[in-house]
Design a protein around this ligand. Structure first.
Ligand code: AMP
Length: 448
């Protein structure tokens, strides 16, 4: 199917062509006709599948027809969980809408009110907002939603996870009941079904397979780790790989993100942190630096990286496993985007076994486990059944300093070196370890 066959306006079609898109992605192909026909639609799709265009394009199509309602409130409202994601939706609306020039803007928490009030003082077509700030505007009386034709909840599951349920209800209460409602979510679990039931009219369902179709181009690997120092050593090893051109490293906490990025920078790797404690300006600056190639390694938390759209991310490294399986899918979706291949590497210590099992159940397969000579785990999460060798890639040009403080951690401990990796009797590990005896573990069916 082509975009033209979807029945979109020529002005929108030429903007799509200018973006370099030739055919719709599966989520676009399935959702756009349903939305254009006026249905409420609930779509289960991850970032990286082209879901933004799946709602922005029909929303723009709607704007090609004049509104008969008086007033200046938005005709289209998109709610998004984070400022980054909202910013990217707005950017998409501007890109795809360049031929019809919609009046649009964002209402985001943490940003000055003055500009937002100016935006709302004139008629507007599309508003992309984070729920909290929109509720502020509703309560101040600075926005009215009685002209609204389409409400989109992007990453609805995430908004509920983040506690926006009450805000969403307040917003929905202010919108006309005959609006069209679209919901995009990674999962239908939890309160999502309830929310959909409450706010949607006979929604059509669009569902994309989670792992197989959207992540076919991502190679997923697991490294079992013993402790924090082991993780740091593995990370140090991995970031020296020449094939790692740009990586997002996920850590569990904001503090860890700061600490890791500092350590990486100290060791000569251009790195920066991205987390929710940073001002919006600092976050934007960091994302821009990454896009322009000034940062090779971005150490991020889930919330900050949600919806992050940086092309050319060769690797995603889960320094810590996410607590929610859906987050795993979101994280690895930062790589392997728009037809490129990518590598997603996860570290898992014994304490994260539950998270690992949850993830494997969710994606419906076991992550293949790899080991690196000299950096094998002492603990195991599963039993190895075989081993094969592959040469280490070298010559990253990165300094040879080891990650972490000298003399601290595993380097300073007596370590039983793997016989296959090193000749017996050699005491300290050589500065450059050989890459990468691969161990495929016997696939054990995930527990139900
Ligand atoms: P999303 O899932 O909306 O975050 O989109 C993921 C990436 O795919 C973005 O970089 C989009 O620009 C890109 N994209 C969206 N639709 C298409 C398409 N039909 N063809 C090629 N790339 C696309």
């Amino acid at each position: 199917m082509t975009f033209a066959e979807l029945g979109l306006n020529p002005a929108i079609l030429s903007a799509i062509t200018a973006c370099g898109y030739t055919i719709p992605t599966p989520i676009q192909e399935q959702s756009i006709p349903l939305v254009l026909a006026g249905n409420d639609v609930i779509a289960t799709a991850q970032t990286g599948t082209g879901k933004t265009a799946a709602f922005v394009l029909p929303a723009l199509e709607l704007l090609t027809k004049k509104s008969i309602l008086p007033g200046k409130g938005p005709r289209i409202l998109v709610l998004a969980p984070t400022r980054e994601l909202a910013g990217q939706v707005m950017e998409s609306a501007r890109n795809y809408g360049r031929g019809i020039r919609p009046r649009c803007g964002t209402l985001l928490g943490g940003m000055p009110y003055r500009e937002q009030l100016r935006l709302l003082s004139a008629p507007v077509d599309i508003i992309v907002a984070t729920p909290g700030r929109l509720v502020d505007h509703i309560e101040r009386g600075s926005i009215r939603l009685d002209r609204l034709e389409m409400l989109v909840l992007d990453e609805a599951d995430r908004m509920l996870d983040m506690g926006f349920s009450e805000d969403i209800n307040k917003i929905v209460d202010r919108t006309p009941t005959n609006r069209q409602t679209l919901m995009f979510t990674a999962t239908m679990e939890g309160d999502i079904a309830l929310l959909a039931e409450k706010m949607m009219r006979e929604p059509k369902r669009v569902q994309l397979a989670v792992s197989t179709s959207s992540h076919a181009l991502i190679e997923q690997r697991l490294h079992v780790t013993d402790n924090l120092n082991h993780k740091k050593e593995l990370l140090d090893h991995l970031v020296r790989d020449v094939e790692l051109t740009r990586a997002i490293i996920f850590s569990a906490t904001k503090r860890d993100a700061d600490e890791l990025s500092r350590e990486l920078s100290r060791n000569g790797f251009p790195a920066a942190a991205l987390h929710g404690d940073m001002t919006q300006m600092a976050r934007n600056k960091t994302i821009d630096r990454m896009r322009r190639g000034g940062i090779r390694l971005l150490v991020a938390t889930d919330v900050a990286a949600r919806g992050l759209d940086v092309n050319g991310v060769s690797h995603v490294i889960n320094f810590d496993l996410p607590r929610f399986a859906e987050d795993y899918v979101h994280r690895i979706g930062r790589t392997g985007r728009a037809g490129a291949t990518g590598v997603a590497i996860s570290f898992a210590s014994a304490g994260e076994r539950n998270y690992l099992e949850r993830i494997e159940r969710f994606i419906g397969k076991k992550l293949p486990e790899l080991q690196i000579d000299g950096l094998e785990p002492k603990t195991s999460i599963r039993k190895p059944v075989g081993r094969s060798s592959a040469p280490r890639k070298s010559g990253s040009g990165a300094p040879s300093t080891r990650f972490g403080k000298p003399g601290v951690g595993r380097d300073s401990q007596a370590k039983p070196w793997s016989k296959s990796a090193k000749p017996a009797g050699s005491a300290p590990r050589p500065p450059k370890v050989r890459h990468e005896p691969v161990i495929e573990y016997r696939s054990r069916r995930p527990q139900a």
